[in-house]
Write a protein that binds this ligand. Structure first.
Ligand code: MLT
Length: 246
């Protein structure tokens, strides 16, 4: 058993992850939004690689069946129902609906992994629940994928990967790669200041600057939602406890 972390997007594509459990992370804000939407009772999330693809996907459904969401440069896409603020994806607006969403980095990172043993979606909000799901794979390798920012390393995803890597290593005895150890050391160094780190990291500071400080604070909350999103057939669905999909 081995835990690896893809610190920058695309890094993992060079490796064979077909027998690994892959966990995709985009703390600010795509995976926090997806986790919130599924916890609020949306039927499923359909991640799109582009605005155009999101619109094309939406055209395949009845208007009352879906909510179209997404952002570019952090702000909602013109003509879409919602942006990428997790707290917009709460309650009656999304319950029972398909969410079709296109974000700059996160939804691409989710669609990138065709072949893996299983693919989960994580953020700080559902960290404990993802840990519990991972514990069920007694003999698996794990790859924690940071979506990053415009192809580059980002602090917030690495801290979350560090949290998951630390806990997985403690609880399963799995070995860590150098990248996993780096993420784990960073997390252990900053674990008491996650909210501050998110507010000051490059993308967090940018979001604060355009008026989304509440989103950043919300995304720093740890293990407050118990949903484990699982990627299945290019859709993100809820994984029920005990391993079955809902
Ligand atoms: C992304 O996918 O790049 C992000 O979720 C951007 C954002 O903060 O909306």
């Amino acid at each position: 058993m081995r835990i690896d972390v893809s610190l920058v997007p695309g890094e993992i594509l060079a490796k064979d992850a077909s027998r690994s459990v892959v966990v995709v992370i985009d703390v600010l804000r795509a995976t926090s939004t997806i986790v919130t939407a599924l916890a609020s009772g949306c039927e499923e999330v359909i991640p799109a690689e582009s605005i155009e693809e999101a619109i094309a996907l939406a055209n395949g459904y009845k208007r009352s069946d879906y909510v179209l969401g997404g952002e570019r440069r952090g702000v909602p896409v013109e003509g879409f129902d919602l942006g990428n603020s997790p707290q917009e994806y709460d309650g009656p607006r999304v319950a029972g609906k398909k969410i079709i969403i296109a974000t700059t980095n996160g939804t691409n990172a989710i669609t990138e992994y065709g072949v893996a043993r299983d693919i989960f979606v994580a953020c700080f909000l559902n960290a404990d629940a993802v840990m519990e799901a991972c514990r069920a794979y007694k003999d698996s390798d794990f790859v924690l994928v940071c979506s990053g920012q415009d192809g580059r390393f980002c602090m917030e995803d690495t801290l979350c990967a560090g949290l998951l890597a630390t806990r997985l290593a403690e609880e399963t005895g799995a070995e860590m790669s150098d990248a996993a150890r780096a993420a784990s050391l960073l997390y252990q160094q900053r674990k008491e200041s996650i909210e501050d780190e998110l507010l000051r990291c490059d993308h967090g500071a940018y979001l604060v600057g355009i008026g989304y400080e509440q989103d950043v604070r919300y995304c720093s909350r740890q293990s407050v939602l118990s949903v484990v999103p699982k990627v299945y057939d290019r859709r993100v669905i809820r994984k029920a406890h005990g391993g079955k999909e809902e």
